[in-house]
Structure formats: C-alpha cells, structure tokens
Design a binder for this molecule. Structure first.
Ligand code: PLP
Length: 557
C-alpha cells in the first residue's frame, strides 16, 4: 500500500487536457489521457498538480459542408468553469516580456489544474499566442512551449507548490527542464551539475511513433524566440541535437522515460536506441478514468450478475436517438449490429479501410445487416487527413439507414459511442498506434473490440473470447490490402454470425470484455504503476529492499 504522507509531490505537464466536453482544450488521446490522469489523482487525493495552457479558442469546431468537406470554426471558449486566482508570471519571448495569468480548474473532481493564459492586453499582439491548440508557425509553437515549460515552472514557484518530480507528458514541456537547469546555474552550479541534478527530478512520457508527431525545431528559431533561456548553442545541442528534437531532449533531460503500451515500448526503443545518454524506456500501458467512461448501469449489471443486454440496449437506443436528433438524416436500427469507429482523422488510422471492397460491403449496408458509425476530427492543417471524409459522407448519403458520420467529435460523442455501439473497430497502420484508449472505454462497457494487433490490444485480446483480432500483426508493403481482407474475414465469419445467430455467446463475450478491462485498463492501475515505476525515488526503494533482503538472508537457525 502506498502511504500518502511519503508520496512524492508531482507536477504533471501537458499541452492539452480533456476533462469534460464543456472545457474543450484538448485535441485527442493525449489530452484525454492527461485529463484521466489528473481526475484519478484528484479522486485518490494524491499530491499531484497539473500544468497546462488555457486555449482561448480551444482546438477546432469542425463541421462538414454540403460537399462532405470538413471546415473549421474557431469559437471563444466559456470561462465560467475556471477560477481566477490572481497570480501572474512572466516569460520572455524574443525580446518581449510576456505576462501570463494563471487560472485554476478544480470542478471535475480532478487534482488542481493550473492553466497559463497569455491573452492579456499588456501583451499587445502577442496576446494571441495561446489562442489555438497545435496551430501556428514554428515561432508560435515554440512560444507556446516556452509558456508551458518555462512559464509552468515559474507558476509552481509563484504558487509555492513543492515539487519532487516533474512529469512531462510528451515533449512539449521540455523547456521546463531548461528552466530547472537555469535556476540551478543561477545558484552557482555548473551546467553539467545542473543538468545532472535536473535529470534526477524529471520523468518523461513519449507518445507517438509517427515521425511528424515528434516536434523538431531549428536552432535559429529557438534562439530568436528565447527558448535558450540563458543556455548556449552548444548546451542546447547537447540536450536536443541540431535540429532540436523535443523527444530527444525529453530522453536526455529525464531519469526515466515510459512508452504507453508494451508494443509501443519496443517501437520506441528501436526509434530512439541511437540516443547515447537517453534515459531507459519502460512500458506503462495507458488506462482510462472509469467514472468518466464506464456506463454505471452496465457495470452495475455486470457486478450483480444481471442481464447485460438491457442496459446495453438502453445505451444503444440513446445513441441512435442522439444521431437522428443531431443530423435529422440517419435513422439507425437499434436491433441490428452497429460498428463504431471514432478517433482523430489522420492517415495512419485508416478510417475508410472498411470501404476498400465495395462489392462485398455494399450489399450488407443495403440490407442493414451492418451499420457503420463514424466520428472524428482532422487537424485543421491536415489536408490529407481531411480528404478521406467526403468518401464517408458519400456512403452515408447513399445508405443513410446504415452509415452515419457525426461531425465535431468530442468527449460527449466519445462517451455515447463507446457505450452505445455493439463493436468497436480499430485498424491503424502498424506499428503506429502507440496505445489507443477509445478501445479501452469500449471494452469496459462490453462493446466488443475488433482490432489490429497494435497499441494496447495485444495485451488484452483473446480472440473470440473477449473481442477479435484482425490479422496477425502483419507489417509489410501491402498492409492495406492484407488488413482489409483480414477485416472482412473476421466480420463475415465471426462478428456477424455471432451477433445474429448466437446471442448467448455475444453476451458471454461482453462479460469477458468487461472483466478483462475494468481494472487492467483503468486509470487507477495506470497511476499505481506511475507511482511505483516513475515517481518513486528508486534509489530509496532499492535501499529499503536491500535492507529487507539482508534481514532475510541472515540464517537464524
Ligand atoms: C478516447 C478519446 C480519444 C482517443 O482515442 P484513440 O482510440 O486513442 O484514438 C480521442 N478523442 C476523444 C474525444 C476521446 O474520447
């Protein structure tokens, strides 16, 4: 058992937080994970605080036009859910002093979350730096990272919060460690000593195996924006290379790094194995916050051994009604199979893979034997990602009773879908899915996963028992074709026959799915692992372990 009194104080840094749909300062899985992390810490009363940015216009409200093309609208978010604590800090961006106001979010049962906000009249035209998440030029992105990292450390000092461990969830906050180094050098330490001591205070989580997801900046841009923070070119290159990679910096500035699933840990070791002084990479598989994502009626029926179909059908009907209410177009049938697919729309997630073989699929859609429900947002600047949407909308226009797309994917839609569908489809191009958490939400609600063996799924999948695997973990040049064929095979031979002809087996699989995921892929399990493997001072633990084993080694007989 962890003794709270002796737990290290943790400051958790992340660019985005998904706590609730009414505070839309998140883009996708990274933010949802951060939100679930601090909600679980708050629930367990753990000494952890979150540091983030108040995105005045959030990410994007993404709607679909008459031609099936997505377009972005940027709306000011509602500040009612925030507390003004009347604290400000300064950071330098270029030659300008930027004032950041700190807001507190504590209304979602979460550990305290402090959000930095540069939208103040004092900042002139720089007030827009923190307007939109993941938007802007290289200069803007670095400025945002200065605010999160350097501003975040200064916020902790201004608030008088004692911190033992700084946890950088993804590389966006690594300039925070540069600030820790600067602080120590101002006390008289050499750069090397300050770096060494800082490493001992920092842990790092790496997320994406997609190259473009790992931010890289030119030293010219870093120098201009003031990201050096008093360090020299040589020192900054030692930390992050030239060009400067925030992931390399994260590996070099931390005592330990974790990847977000077992398969991702192997991929990350291969990706970053050449970094000489990198901290060791271990796996800690993601988990989700149960109170947010698990339907209370489903888990109650599960725990009492009651029929699962009744609460499942209730959630499914809610979903079907909500779709029709939202778009007045798609009337799905709650008595037929609904397969859900909702995630960020980006090329490697292959959201249109199931349409690859139209001859095979379309009769099933015509007949209403399978109904496909999609949702997702593409990054506002990702034209390739956006280009798949018209195809899905076209199918939805052709088969409105069996294909639907919900625009502006958010946590509300996420909740509806991961409890109201029958099966949950996931077919990323391997090995690019680091973890994937929507499948965990589905699994906990008895929504059966039908997924490629990537991310978290190899740790959970028992084929035909608690869900299905697509293929056998194939990685090759014709992966799309290969995976599409495997998908049709499982769909036609297993998913459809089980749903229509063997309800008892389906119900048994729902039960197995809930049993296999409720603890194993919960935020509670994840946080316990973070405390044991990342936050605890291992040295101290090893010492205790050595003392104890010495006692055991003494021969008393
Ligand atoms: C859970 C969730 C995600 C992450 O899903 P993945 O399966 O990891 O892609 C993204 N967006 C929202 C709104 C979610 O609820």
């Amino acid at each position: 058992m962890l003794n709270k009194q002796f737990l290290p104080g943790v400051a958790y840094f992340c660019m985005e937080y998904g706590l609730h749909e009414e505070l839309p300062i998140y883009s996708g899985g990274l933010g949802i994970l951060a939100g679930d992390h601090i909600k679980c810490a708050g629930e367990k009363n753990l000494p952890l605080v979150g540091i983030g940015i108040l995105w005045r216009q959030g990410y994007t409200t993404q709607l679909i036009d008459d031609n099936g093309k997505p377009y972005d609208v940027f709306k000011d978010i509602d500040l009612d859910n925030l507390k003004d604590i009347k604290v400000t800090v300064n950071v330098k961006i270029g030659d300008k002093d930027i004032l950041c106001k700190i807001w507190l979010v504590d209304k979602y049962g979460n550990a305290p979350l402090y959000l930095l906000d540069a939208n103040l009249s004092e900042n002139g035209e720089n007030r827009y730096i923190t307007n939109r998440l993941y938007c802007g030029s290289e200069h803007d992105r670095i400025a945002q990272e200065i605010i999160l990292g350097i501003g975040g450390i200064r916020a902790l000092r201004a608030l008088g919060i004692e911190v033992d461990v700084y946890h950088f969830n993804e590389g966006h906050a690594v300039l925070g460690a540069v600030e820790l180094i600067r602080e120590k050098m101002s006390w008289g330490l050499s750069f090397e000593e300050a770096w060494y001591k800082t490493r001992n205070q920092v842990v790092f989580t790496t997320h994406t195996p997609v190259t473009a997801g790992n931010g890289v900046y030119s030293h010219h841009a870093l120098g201009c924006t003031g990201a050096y923070n008093g360090l020299s070119y040589e020192q900054m290159s030692q930390i992050g290379g030239d060009p400067f990679s925030i992931t390399v910096a994260g590996l070099n500035l931390s005592r330990k790094t974790n990847a977000v699933s077992k398969t991702h840990s192997e991929t990350a070791k291969k990706m970053w194995g050449h970094i000489k002084d990198a901290s060791p990479i271990i796996p800690i598989t993601n988990g989700v916050h149960r109170k947010t994502w698990q339907d209370s009626e489903i888990i109650e029926a599960f725990e009492n051994g009651n029929d699962l179909w009744e609460p499942h059908l209730k959630a499914k009907k809610e979903l079907v009604n909500e779709i029709y209410k939202r778009n007045n177009k798609n009337k799905l049938n709650p008595d037929s199979l609904i397969i859900g697919f909702a995630r960020r729309i980006t090329s490697y997630k292959r959201c249109d893979l199931i349409f690859k073989n139209a001859e095979l699929l379309e009769p099933l859609l015509e007949e209403g034997k399978i109904q496909l429900l999609f949702s997702g947002k593409a990054h506002p600047q990702d034209e390739e990602g956006k280009s798949v949407l018209p195809r899905i909308i076209e199918m939805s226009n052709k088969y409105p009773h069996s294909v639907a797309f919900l625009e502006n994917y958010d946590m509300k839609i996420g909740k509806l879908l991961t409890r109201g569908c029958d099966a949950w489809l996931n077919n990323p191009r391997r090995p690019l899915e680091a973890s994937g958490t929507s499948g965990m939400k589905a699994a906990m609600n008895g929504v059966l996963n039908l997924s490629i063996l990537d991310g978290w799924w190899p740790e959970a999948c028992k084929h035909g028992i608690n869900g299905w695997q697509i293929g056998h973990g194939h990685e090759c040049c014709n992966q799309d074709e290969h995976d599409a064929n495997s998908l049709y095979q499982v769909l036609l031979r297993e998913v459809i026959p089980t749903y229509y002809d063997n309800k008892p087996k389906w119900l048994k699989m729902m039960r197995n799915s809930i049993a296999a995921s409720t603890w194993k892929f919960s935020a509670e399990r994840m946080l316990t692992e973070y405390y044991y493997k990342m936050y605890s001072q291992e040295e101290a633990l090893k010492e205790i372990a050595a003392t104890i084993s010495n006692i055991h080694n003494v021969n008393y007989i």
